[in-house]
Design a binder for this molecule. Structure first.
Ligand code: 9D3
Length: 262
């Protein structure tokens, strides 16, 4: 997988490329990554990349010529790599988009700054417009790193990329169970006993149940419309009974909600 990032802030990228799994992927040869300074593709003395918007208004727009030249140059080097424009108006990035991108030979990222890029670049040079979420940032550079980070770990050959990616797609819609390591008791708080028991079938069952519980309590929307296994449904039914018992207990001992007192 080859990444080219077109940006007016190329210095932001080496710290990202030079750490952790990203660095290992590059060193191991499964990934190449470079940030290209858009100013190299300017021709004026001041190396201008922005200009005032037609029609007036505040803020600046990224000039089309340096972007177009930079994109042509990058495409010349990797013709099969689509151009991804990071923009707050893009489709919101998710795990399935990460999987789609990971199957490609390369990606060319265009990082917007100011109010964005000239619409004609968007229209004629960009294949995918991508946002990383509903909040306002100052440019596309961090978004490009987010996308590369999520894609790199899915590339076959990158540190068990295949194996763990497969496991993920199976339980994509569940959060993970809690993780524990030594010591067995930390500040009075013990590790769940089952994890120390050595019973691997009980441990697997506990993990699945805790994954379900974390999902129901923290991100219930993830379960909407997903088909759960028979065992998962049985676990949910058991919880429902437990919760119903608790509610019945409350209506006997607690205040009557219709009496008006409190
Ligand atoms: C909110 C009105 N405009 C700013 C005064 C629009 C605007 C333009 C450019 C808002 C943000 C940006 C810069 N953001 C990005 O380049 C960006 C981004 C983001 O802000 N949020 C989520 N994903 C992305 S990807 C690129």
């Amino acid at each position: 997988m080859n990444f080219t990032v077109l940006t007016i802030f190329p210095e932001m990228f080496p710290p990202f490329f030079d750490h952790g799994m990203v660095r290992r992927a590059i060193q191991g040869g499964s990934v190449t990554a470079r940030a290209v300074d858009l100013r190299h593709f300017t021709r004026d003395r001041h190396r201008t990349t922005d200009d005032r918007p037609y029609g007036g208004g505040c803020g600046m727009v990224m000039k089309p010529e340096p972007l177009a030249e930079a994109i042509r140059d990058a495409r010349g080097q990797m013709p099969a790599a689509p151009v991804v424009y990071l923009s707050p108006q893009g489709r919101i990035f998710d795990q399935s988009m990460a999987r789609t991108f990971a199957a490609l030979p390369g990606l060319i990222f265009v990082c917007g700054r100011y109010e964005g890029v000239d619409e004609r670049v968007c229209r004629n040079f960009v294949h995918h417009e991508v946002s990383i979420g509903n909040y306002v940032m100052t440019g596309g550079e961090l978004a490009a790193m987010v996308v590369m980070d999520a894609v790199i770990r899915l590339i076959p050959g990158v540190l068990g990329g295949e194996e763990s990616a497969e496991k993920e797609s199976f339980s994509d819609y569940l959060l993970e169970h809690g993780h524990y390591t030594r010591p067995p008791v930390f500040e009075g708080d013990p590790v769940p006993e089952v994890l120390l028991s050595g019973h691997h079938d009980r441990i697997e069952k506990w993990r699945r149940e805790m994954a379900l519980m974390h999902t129901v309590l923290k991100r219930p929307a993830l379960l909407q419309g997903r088909c759960l296994s028979r065992e998962d449904v049985a676990v949910l039914e058991r919880w429902r009974l437990e919760i119903e018992k608790l509610i019945h207990g409350q209506s006997v001992c607690g205040a009557d909600p219709l009496s008006g007192d409190q």
